[in-house]
Write a protein that binds this ligand. Structure first.
Ligand code: FAD
Length: 487
């Protein structure tokens, strides 16, 4: 609805770096008033962005600025406290309101509430919208009115509550605020690595921004969705969408992805399975909203007594470093950790394998893994990362039972049977025959020497023995159950 009011409206972009299906932008454009798109690098971010996220954000803001510019709008960049910045921008431009899309972490909600109170007290209109989720966390409740803690009933309730809204196109008409505003250059955000610049692999692997997201989605729908149920666990092929970093920063909306799959020609089974994974993301946000300390605290408090090895001790630190660098001596684990380091992403099946290895084989606290992923993943997400690590550790809601301990050799043989993934990321073992690829220490000396491998020199020996590590993990878990029973 057009308004005669010519005062600008600020559209505060956060994790919604797109112009399609962006309800805050759409509602602002509908007023007919001049728009002032703004991104604030907030001082108060309690959790600093990891290196890979910062790299992505730089590229994603570049893409958003380009998309807005094509429609005649400038993306303004500022840094500081969000409430101060918004109040200052409103005062200096005459803006009379702010629109944004909601966030769901405890800290984000607290900050947004404070900003809202402050701006309203200054007489500004403030409106917030949902762009990030299919089902906002408070809209789904169990029979007794509480949050869900088990995925299957959550997903049933989500589906029963109706199909997610259809995505809406970008506003047809927008005009931008053209007055002065002292803002920053993107370089001033200092998001790119320089000394050293380790981003070469990320640059090769990704094209941040809505165009890149749409290309990934189109390719997935055309080439992989049909076989998603069978091939999504195979890291050596492109069997999944690789849309996670785009969802993280909101370059494509979950509604757009849901409906693109819905109307595709893929079988109902394939679409159902893919939708189910999108619902896992919703479940993570449901958990994060209802349990805001998901990143720090064991969801099941009995895990507070878990006898993690002291990862600050020299031995623990050495093991942690070997895991981070991809030199554990287990090729599938090393392949995953190196894929992560080079591309900022890792296949879901391999995330489960390396996660299980850290927590169960090395007995290192899941929070150490969560932190490493937070720093290195381009899709590091406050909800998905924490919920998934707790799932792997067994401490989470609806988690994998602690006593299910992945055997990295069998996992490698089952999910990377032809070895293509492992060979890509661990070139030292490329020449080993398939039979020994996932267990080089069992290869006869002749096979090792033909493959140019000297264990302990060109490729590490396993840093732990699987059988011993398994027993130790089961004992640790048992001590927890015994303590719980005795209490
Ligand atoms: P697809 O299979 O194409 O799935 C489509 C979308 O559904 C994904 O982009 C993602 O948004 C969602 N999804 C898929 N699987 C899961 C899942 N298991 N849990 C929640 N959502 C899911 N995902 C993140 O987005 N950020 C993280 O920081 C993150 N950390 C993880 C840490 C561990 C230890 C583990 C085991 C998993 C983690 N995941 C995380 C979940 C999952 O691995 C990724 O979402 C998935 O690999 C992304 O690849 P894709 O886009 O090709 O997924």
């Amino acid at each position: 609805m057009a308004s005669s009011n010519a005062s600008p409206l600020i559209v505060w972009f956060r994790n919604d770096l797109r112009i399609d299906d962006n309800p805050a932008l759409l509602a602002a454009a509908d007023t007919g008033r001049p728009l002032l798109p703004l991104y604030i690098r907030e001082d108060a971010d309690t959790r600093r962005l990891g290196g890979a996220l910062k790299w992505w954000l730089h590229r994603s803001l570049t893409a958003l600025a380009h998309d807005l510019r094509e429609r005649g709008l400038k993306l303004h960049l500022l840094g500081g406290d969000a409430a101060d910045t918004l109040a200052h921008v409103a005062r200096s431009t005459g803006a009379s309101g702010v629109h944004w899309n909601r966030r769901y972490s405890g800290d984000g909600i607290q900050r947004d509430t404070a900003v809202k109170t402050r701006l309203k007290a200054q007489g500004l209109e403030v409106e917030s919208f949902n762009s990030h989720l299919l089902y906002e966390p408070w809209t789904l409740k169990t029979g007794s009115g509480g949050p869900y803690r088990v995925f299957t009933p959550f997903s049933r309730a989500a589906r029963a509550s109706g199909m997610p809204d259809k995505p809406k196109p970008a506003p047809r008409m927008m005009h931008g605020y053209e007055g002065p505003l002292d803002d920053l250059s993107l370089e001033a955000f200092d998001l790119l690595p320089t000394k050293p610049d380790w981003s070469g692999g990320l640059q090769k692997a990704w094209k941040p921004g809505t165009d890149g997201a749409q290309q990934k989605l189109d390719r997935f729908l055309a080439e992989a969705l049909e076989n998603y149920p069978d091939k999504r666990d195979r890291p050596g092929i492109i069997g999944t969408s690789r849309l996670s970093p785009y969802l993280r920063f909101g370059e494509l909306s979950p509604r757009a992805i849901w409906h693109a799959a819905e109307v595709s020609s893929a079988s109902r089974d394939a679409v159902f399975k893919f939708h189910q994974e999108l619902l896992w993301r919703e479940f993570s946000y449901h958990l994060l909203y209802h349990y805001p300390d998901l990143c720090e605290a064991n969801h099941q408090p009995k895990f507070d007594a878990f006898p993690w090895r002291n990862h600050e001790g020299e031995e623990g630190a050495k093991l942690l470093r070997a895991w981070q660098k991809g030199s554990t001596g287990y090729p599938i684990v090393d392949a995953g950790m190196r894929e992560l380091w080079h591309t900022g992403w890792m296949h879901n099946r391999v995330r489960m394998i390396v996660g299980s290895f850290l927590v169960k084989h090395l007995l290192i606290d899941w929070r150490q893994g969560e932190e490493w992923f937070w720093d290195t993943l381009v899709d590091a997400d406050p909800a998905n990362n924490a919920a998934s690590w707790q799932w792997v550790a067994g401490s989470g809601a609806d988690a994998a039972p602690y006593f299910r301990i992945f055997n990295p050799v069998l996992q490698g043989e089952k999910f990377d049977g032809d070895g293509s993934y492992t060979r890509q990321w661990v070139p030292e073992v490329t020449k080993l025959p398939k039979k020994f690829l996932h267990k080089p220490w069992e290869a006869p000396t002749s096979a090792l020497s033909e493959a140019g491998i000297t264990l302990g020199e060109t490729y590490p020996r396993p840093i732990v023995d699987h059988r011993e590590a398994r027993e130790r993990a089961l004992d640790a878990f048992k001590s927890l159950s015994d303590a719980a029973n005795a209490a």
